[in-house]
Write a protein that binds this ligand. Structure first.
Ligand code: NAD
Length: 420
């Protein structure tokens, strides 16, 4: 009988990544140990009124990994499998990500352990508002700023902003980013992460001399990140030959019509082969499809030591946070598969979140061109800086991005010093 697979703890992965990068940084071992730890973990258990009149207790988390370079920043996830270690790892990755794109934010993450697919909109609203109240002493535009993540969206951000503003007695749009446009959201925020994935994929393709026109793309996840990245690839002339959601994937070697795929997902909450003109495949099969660009854009630990030898792509561009384990990284590197790591590839979201926050604090309204041009410039610069380190130190792109990101945070920590 096959041994049951051991669950990989994302925090172990995040800590191992610091050990790997530590060899390349000239920093004190004590400082590296500090960077491996979160600054503050808040756990709350709180009651929510359900539609049938009953009361349920939910567990929520808000973790700050670092505020050394600026206010802590990071999304809120609603998922039945989240736990404290996962949120800690996600908070840590936010710190490095903001540093890679050189934005003055630290890293945070939040989550509520729940299954939003089984809850009504009113129950999700009640839960969001009570969770906001529970974490309200710690969040704020100057301290810790949430944003959307898996199974949260602009509407959830609107409820957080409203609840926090009621507590303060005045409107505080800067307390969250990823808000609807009508209430202080930024143009370009909804598309930002998917667009950033596409921009970095384009830079990597240029380096590999791979034309985007006709490139075969496979995307795991068809939500905010995967779906929108798919649209950018499609518009650039690439063929999205496979895409999935939590229930499974669709494959068509001639290319799927991404707009049809997203319309189907929107209408039926799943991907139906007869609606999108594809064949049913599992998420495991999807990752192993022969393609040029593979974009994991769902959850952590999807590319592991087990399936990395079976991947048949030229590059992996990580839309999700933590989709590849360190043992898989080593296999991909040996096999010459180019990886654009999460802390670089999906940094478009935090970048435009920063633009949204700046606009909120200063009552500014930037237009789409200003946002798009700034995002392109920042993402292309971060890619070039990471690539230069990878070439110079002969390391893979993940280690290079960590040298850049962790190096910046370590330097800032040294400059601030340890109080008292
Ligand atoms: P989302 O809720 O919009 O979409 C998640 C997608 O993943 C859905 O299509 C869902 O069906 C799919 N999915 C869920 N479980 C799956 C499974 N077990 N196998 C395959 N697919 C599965 O979330 P999102 O905002 O697109 O986030 C996706 C990833 O990108 C996460 O890792 C998130 O942390 C990361 N990320 C998001 C942002 C952002 O701005 N939204 C920014 C940076 C990174």
């Amino acid at each position: 009988m096959e041994e049951p697979k051991k669950k990989i703890n994302p925090l172990d992965v995040a800590m191992k990544q610091i050990d790997i990068v530590g060899q390349y940084l000239d920093v004190d071992i004590g400082l590296l140990e500090k960077l491996k730890q979160t600054k503050r973990d808040l756990i709350v258990h709180f009651p929510v009124k359900m539609d049938d009149g009953s009361m349920r207790v939910y567990t929520g988390y808000r973790v700050v990994h670092s505020d050394t370079r600026g206010p802590a920043k990071g999304g809120i996830r609603y998922h039945p499998d989240v736990d404290l270690d996962e949120v800690r790892a996600l908070a840590m990755w936010m710190t490095w990500k903001a540093a890679v794109v050189n934005i003055p934010f630290g890293g945070a993450k939040g989550a509520v352990k729940c299954n939003p697919k089984e809850m009504s909109p009113r129950e999700i609203e009640n839960m969001t508002r009570r969770f906001t109240w529970e974490i309200s002493p710690l969040i704020g535009p100057e301290s810790d700023i949430p944003a959307p993540d898996v199974y949260t969206n602009p509407q959830v951000m609107a409820w957080i902003m409203d609840t926090y503003s009621i507590l303060k007695g005045y409107a505080v749009p800067g307390v969250v980013t990823g808000k609807p446009l009508e209430m202080g959201g930024s143009l370009g925020r909804l598309e930002a992460t998917g667009k950033g994935v596409f921009i970095t994929a384009k830079e990597a393709a240029r380096h590999l001399k791979l034309p985007m026109e006709g490139a075969r793309v496979v995307i795991q996840g068809s939500g905010n990140v995967g779906g929108i990245a798919g649209q950018y690839f499609h518009r650039a002339g690439a063929k999205v030959i496979g895409i999935s959601d939590s229930k499974g994937g669709q494959y068509n070697r001639k290319g799927l019509d991404i707009d049809k795929v997203l319309a189907c997902k929107d209408r039926y909450q799943c991907l139906l082969s007869h609606e999108v003109g594809g064949e049913d495949i599992t998420n495991e099969e999807l990752l192993e499809l022969e393609c040029d660009i593979l974009v994991p854009a769902a959850l952590e630990n999807q590319i592991t030591g087990d399936n990395a030898p079976k991947l048949r792509c030229r590059m992996v561009v990580e839309g999700a946070n933590g989709p590849t384990t360190p043992d898989a990284d080593a296999v991909l590197f040996d096999r010459g598969i180019f990886v654009v790591p999460d802390i670089l590839a999906n940094a478009g979201g935090v970048t435009v979140s920063y633009f949204e926050w700046v606009q909120n604090l200063q009552n500014l309204l930037w237009n789409e061109e200003e946002i798009s041009e700034r995002l392109e410039r920042i993402m292309a610069r971060a890619f070039a800086e990471t690539f230069e380190i990878a070439e110079e130190k002969r390391v893979h792109m993940r280690t290079a991005a960590y040298i850049l990101g962790v190096g910046r945070v370590a330097k800032a920590t040294q400059l601030r010093g340890i109080y008292p």
